[in-house]
Design a protein around this ligand. Structure first.
Ligand code: CTP
Ligand code: CA
Length: 225
């Protein structure tokens, strides 16, 4: 069982949080993206700030109000997020990588709107892999820093999450079952399993994303050096 966070628990700690979903432009009016609402990342930012943390929130295409006292950095693409991560990570105690980063981007972004033609019954898009930002940060991580990843899975949940934990060299991974309609992307509730590189495991009940944020931050706090 986790004990509630106190007001001072995060006093003076510097948190870097990513939220939302990146957008990868196809042309001036279209993009590839995903269903992330940003609610989980914003809840983490708000709760951490309320418990004394200095919070920088790298926000990709989120329409929610900025939590008071949080430094907001807006980005659109995975590459913009990468630039901001490299900028802020060295000064960070804990990175919480809640954003849904596009795995691929169009190989080319058309400078003009792509037109449909009567002759084309199909359109093939050529995509290029984005860097794995979490893995980059996990690899750069200094011993006093903590990196927390998120895993969105629809099958073989724990096995897939464990693979990400090790491959990306993170300290904790927060597993989301994104096939469960009860805790959909846009909802205010969530249920997660928090898994540590040290064997730690905790499954939360289905509850408000702010409650989940408190639980995640309570677990992370205990792992801080
Ligand atoms: N992530 C990232 N950079 C990417 C893709 C993902 O930093 N290019 C991060 C996400 O922010 C999340 C974690 O990696 O914290 C896991 O993301 P997820 O999409 O669940 O896993 P992937 O490693 O992308 O694998 P897949 O989508 O194939 O399951
Ligand atoms: Ca992915």
């Amino acid at each position: 069982a986790t004990k509630a966070l106190t007001k001072q628990d995060w006093q003076g700690k510097r948190l870097l949080i990513t939220a939302g979903g990146t957008r990868e432009a196809l042309d001036p009016v279209r993009y590839l993206s995903n269903r992330s609402s940003g609610k989980m990342g914003y809840a983490l930012a708000q709760v951490a700030q309320q418990h004394g943390a200095v919070v920088t929130l790298i926000s990709a295409n989120v329409t929610l109000p900025t939590p008071p006292g949080v430094q907001l950095v807006r980005v659109q693409t995975a590459r913009e997020m990468e630039t901001q991560l490299h900028r802020f990570f060295p000064e960070t105690d804990v990175l919480l990588m809640a954003a849904a980063v596009s795995d691929f981007r169009p190989q080319q972004t058309a400078s003009q709107k792509i037109k449909k033609t009567a002759a084309n019954a199909e359109l093939t898009l050529h995509l290029q892999a984005n860097h794995d930002l979490l893995q980059e940060m996990g690899t750069k991580k200094q011993p006093q820093q903590l990196v927390v990843g998120f895993a969105a899975e629809t099958q073989n949940l724990r096995e897939n999450a464990m693979k990400k934990l090790h491959q990306k060299r993170v300290d904790l991974i927060v597993l989301n079952d994104v096939s469960n309609p009860q805790i959909g992307f846009n909802g205010d509730n969530n249920q997660v399993t928090i898994i540590g590189a040290d064997g730690f495991k905790e499954q939360t009940p289905v509850e408000a994303k702010t409650k989940i944020a408190e639980r995640i931050l309570t677990v992370v706090k205990k792992k801080l050096p």
